[in-house]
Design a protein around this ligand. Structure first.
Ligand code: TYR
Length: 503
């Protein structure tokens, strides 16, 4: 690898003919990278799923400064192989079962390539009409696949937008709700606004509330319990609201979750929306992971009641074969978003905007600049079709069921939360520990068990603590996973449990 060397400055910079977008070099290097990635996918099972490197490993391997002279793509790819790949956790490995999936696909990847290749910056319609119009169409297509109420679609007066992550979707909708309410009660009352969620809601909501200027004392994470499967209780919501109203506060926003991060619990949307309606609260539905499953008729009931919500989002980059990032957000009242998020600088004035016939997505999100994300989802929807997408989701759910059955056959283990989708929460039960006092608690034992499973590099799972209990999470959804991988993963769990419970 080269390093800075001032002695080799080209004599005359005007004779330097290097062209960073030379079409023939683009073709040549592009093919090399595609071949490299195809080999990566072919060999992915040879790598430890969770990266085994130590903090700071890369600084020891790479030079201290950028190279002064150019290096070839071949040389760089060699370094990717030897220095970068060891520091990757292989989210696309068929033995990856941690967090939630980040399900890749050829179409998602190639769609990303097309949009990056065009590299347009479609902040408003005029900046690249196809980027905006394709996003309008694809969001309506996906909304129809989910049978969202028409009021969430462009064709029904609502509309959808693609954002980076759920945190952004939460922040944008919360800001819209905030400004709507403050325009009624006065901006000086911001300190009275209250945000509601369950204690299982993703921490992204807390972050969004902080950024939106909600008093941290007014963030209600309502306690859930095992007896109600960690779902948010409408009665508990109502009583929290009532005591806030009594204290002179103003209920603002409820985030309900379909498929919580810890255990994929599903909040009862219909009853929650009924409570929210009584107090004029904006309801956002976070279906980041589980929303994708709702394209299958047999899972659609999980979002029954969504008609009472104001906004709904899912992450197509989690379980919908579309590369990171792609959070799909639908709102019933785009004007509420636009009022809170629009700006009107002179440099962006144009006839299309003035005609009010177009969507200018810069007013539906935080940043001005935006990527052409619709391209990748369009390719995914077209190349697989609704039928294959449903079957892929179903196959993941069936594999998770299989894993759950395997757990059921080993008395030492227990399933810790109802499995609705393709994620199973389990652990070694307290009774299996026997009188062995090597571990202070079953939480400690299970933590150690997960640590040793992941250190093997053969599979990768993650954990959660629900209701004070440490559980291991097994999430099926990596695109390359098949039954053989799931069975093997269970064997790995058993082998590590054998070793720990024996000695
Ligand atoms: N949002 C996930 C979590 O908090 C993290 C994640 C992000 C998981 C993207 C999957 C994914 O594709 O657990």
């Amino acid at each position: 690898m080269g390093t800075i060397n001032d002695n080799h400055e080209p004599e005359n910079i005007f004779t330097n003919t290097m062209n960073p977008l030379d079409p023939e070099e683009f073709r040549r290097q592009g093919h090399i990278i595609i071949d490299f990635l195809a080999d990566y996918y072919q060999n992915i099972e040879n790598y430890p799923v969770q990266s085994q490197v130590q903090p700071g490993y890369l600084r020891k391997r790479l030079p201290e400064s950028a190279p002064y002279n150019p290096e070839s793509i071949e040389t760089i790819l060699q370094d990717v192989q030897t220095d970068i790949i060891p520091g990757l956790t292989h989210w696309q490995s068929p033995n990856y079962f941690a967090y939630f999936p980040s399900s890749g696909s050829i179409s998602g990847f190639l769609g990303e390539m097309l949009s990056t290749g065009f590299n347009v910056v479609g902040f408003n319609w005029i900046a690249s009409p196809a980027a905006t119009e394709l996003e309008n169409i694809v969001m309506d297509w996906l909304g129809k696949m989910l049978t969202l109420p028409k009021s969430f679609l462009f064709s029904g007066g609502g509309g959808g937008v693609m954002q980076g992550t759920t945190c952004e979707a939460m922040l944008c909708t919360l800001t819209a709700a905030r400004d709507q309410t403050l325009s009624r009660i006065g901006r000086e009352s911001i300190g009275k606004l209250v945000v509601y969620a369950s204690d299982q809601t993703h921490f992204a909501l807390k972050k969004a509330s902080q950024i939106a200027g909600i008093n941290p004392m007014n963030f209600r994470a309502i306690t859930t319990t095992k007896s109600t499967a960690f779902e948010l209780s409408p009665e508990a919501l109502r009583s929290a609201i009532l005591s806030d109203v009594e204290a002179g506060l103003v209920p603002l926003f409820l985030c309900a979750t379909v498929g919580t991060t810890s255990s994929t619990a599903v909040d009862p949307l219909g009853p929650l929306c009924d409570v929210a309606k009584d107090y004029g609260i904006w309801v956002h539905v976070d279906a980041a992971y589980a929303g994708s499953a709702c394209i299958c008729p047999e899972f659609r009931h999980f979002i029954d009641g969504v008609e009472g919500a104001n906004s709904f989002s899912l992450n197509a980059h989690k379980w919908f074969f579309t590369t990171l990032d792609c959070c799909c957000l639908w709102v019933k009242d785009p004007n509420a978003l636009i009022k809170a998020l629009s700006t009107d600088p002179e440099c962006l004035r144009n006839k299309a905007t003035e005609s009010k016939q177009v969507v200018d997505y810069k007013d539906w999100q935080i940043a001005l600049s935006r990527r052409f994300r619709a391209m990748k989802l369009w390719l995914v929807l077209r190349t697989y079709g609704i039928s294959n997408l449903r079957n892929l989701i179903r196959s993941h759910v069936n594999m998770a069921k299989h894993f759950e059955e395997l757990i059921g056959m080993d008395k030492r283990f227990e399933v810790m939360a109802p499995r609705h989708f393709a994620m199973v929460c389990f652990r070694v039960s307290a009774s299996a520990m026997g009188k062995d006092e090597k571990y202070c608690s079953s939480n400690e034992l299970n933590g150690k068990l997960l640590e040793s499973i992941n250190a093997s590099g053969r599979v990768y799972m993650s954990h959660a603590v629900i209701g004070g209990v440490y559980v291991i999470r097994f999430a099926v959804g990596a695109t390359l996973t098949n039954y053989g991988h799931v069975t093997m993963a269970w064997k790995v769990v058993q082998e590590h449990a054998d070793a720990m419970l024996m000695c």
